[in-house]
Design a protein around this ligand. Structure first.
Ligand code: S3P
Length: 421
């Protein structure tokens, strides 16, 4: 195995790219998005905004949204298709709940199996009429929006998508709308709404937005996606003699849980040149090969590393001792059931892993064996398998890699570059 060396950058943050399109569509004037992620998920959001009458131009990693204000959205002529993207469906449901017309939101087979009751319920309490399949549990969703009242919603799940759906709907309501979350989830919506001119008040776990703001189009530079960078970070930690720098990565503290856990496990990770861009903290991240020890991952940190758990499991397989992941039942509701997917992949590679209802246990320290891995149509499982394959004995074959274009179309090119430096 060659050492991994070099300096790379990763594409723009997926969560921030979605929000820049959506909030830009609600604002008046031009929003220019630099380092936009042109992955399938964000393109689904761009298409949905267009179907609502908003001008959206995407040219590689630059996007321009010409908004005419929240009241200028118009009834879509056809069903809106969110593809594989939970963020598109749930955030758009918030916007459509506020808009005084009829719309239907659907998605691919995986998205149509993911829970939507969690957004239908609060949006209906605000006054929208939303119905979904299987007793309002799943998409397609039929939405008749408008006439919303500001509410306080105490959310049972620490989900940024639920929080954002309610806050976006709150923009259309009279008065204040608040969400109280059980643990801090990513706060990009709050930060970006403020940046566009909305009044947002945060008090502990309670986030409130004042309705009917005058949002103004802005220029946004999107930081690199820490959820993409983490694959190279774990590769850098686990491959012997590696030294990698990833430039321009978003290090919003609501997203850095995985790096904190890796550091606790003994990983040599340093932030260089820390700065702030459009209200979001950014740094270059240097990572070098390290000896890891197992750890416990659970509680309030889970929402801050939820997308990184598949690749953290790969790091855990390299660690001396046992790593326990708990309180992570949400992983079962992602693009695939990621608890089952991670356990299946690592067991096939010869690791000792046990499945739990809300997580898994990895007994680390054994060398992985190359095998054939099935992505289950999940982009993050493809990249986690690729990182595991770097140190595995023999060949690792990953089937179903096409879904990688959801978040990181150029992943293998960058990984190859690091291998040949
Ligand atoms: C996201 C929130 C998280 C995350 C997803 C992106 C977002 O989902 O897993 O990849 O952009 O708001 P939940 O809100 O379901 O936790």
């Amino acid at each position: 195995m060659r050492a991994l060396r070099g300096t790379v950058s990763v594409p723009g943050d997926k969560s921030i790219s979605h929000r820049a399109i959506i909030i830009g569509a609600l604002a008046r004037g031009e929003t220019e998005i630099i380092n936009f992620l042109p992955g399938d998920d964000c393109l689904s959001t761009a298409r949905a905004a267009r179907a609502l009458g908003v001008e959206v131009h995407v040219d590689g990693d630059r996007a321009v949204v010409i908004g005419r204000g929240m009241d200028a959205l118009r009834e879509p002529e056809d069903v809106l298709d969110a593809g594989n993207s939970g963020t598109t469906m749930r955030l758009m449901a918030g916007v459509l709940a506020g808009s005084p017309f009829f719309s239907v939101l659907t998605g691919d087979k995986s998205l149509r199996r993911r829970p939507m009751g969690r957004v239908i319920e609060p949006l209906c309490t605000m006054g929208a009429q939303i119905t979904g399949r299987c007793g309002n549990a799943y998409a397609p969703l039929a939405i008749k929006g408008g006439g919303l009242r500001g509410k306080e919603y105490v959310s049972p799940v620490a989900s940024a998508q639920v929080k954002s759906a309610v806050l976006l709907a709150g923009l259309f309501a009279e008065g204040w709308t608040a969400v109280v979350e059980p643990a801090q989830s990513r706060d990009h919506t709050e930060r970006m709404l403020r940046y566009f001119g909305a009044r947002v008040e945060v008090d502990g776990r309670r986030i409130a937005v004042l309705g009917r703001p005058e949002l103004r189009g802005k220029k946004i530079t999107v930081p690199g996606d820490i959820s993409s960078a983490v694959f190279f970070i774990v590769a850098g930690v686990t491959v012997p003699d590696a030294d990698i720098t990833i430039n321009n990565v978003g290090i919003n503290p609501t997203r850095t849980g995985a790096l904190e856990v890796l550091q606790r496990m003994g990983a040599d990770i340093t932030y260089v040149n820390t700065r702030e861009v459009n209200g979001e903290p950014v740094a270059d991240i240097r990572v070098r090969s390290s000896e890891l020890t197992g750890t416990e991952i659970g509680g309030d940190i889970i929402p801050r590393l939820i997308d990184e758990l598949p690749v953290l499991a790969v790091a855990a397989a390299h660690a001396r001792g046992t790593t326990v992941v708990r309180d992570a039942r949400e992983l079962r509701y992602k693009e695939t059931d990621r608890i089952a997917a991670v356990v299946d992949m690592l067991c096939k590679m010869g690791a000792r892993v046990e499945e739990r209802a809300d997580g898994f246990v990895v007994h680390g320290g054994q060398r992985l064996q190359g095998t054939t891995c099935d992505s289950r149509g999940d982009h993050r499982m493809v990249m986690a398998a690729a990182v595991a394959g770097l140190t595995a004995k023999g060949e690792t074959i990953i089937e179903g890699t096409d879904c990688i274009k959801v978040s990181y179309p150029g992943f293998f090119r960058t990984l190859y570059y690091l291998c040949v430096q």
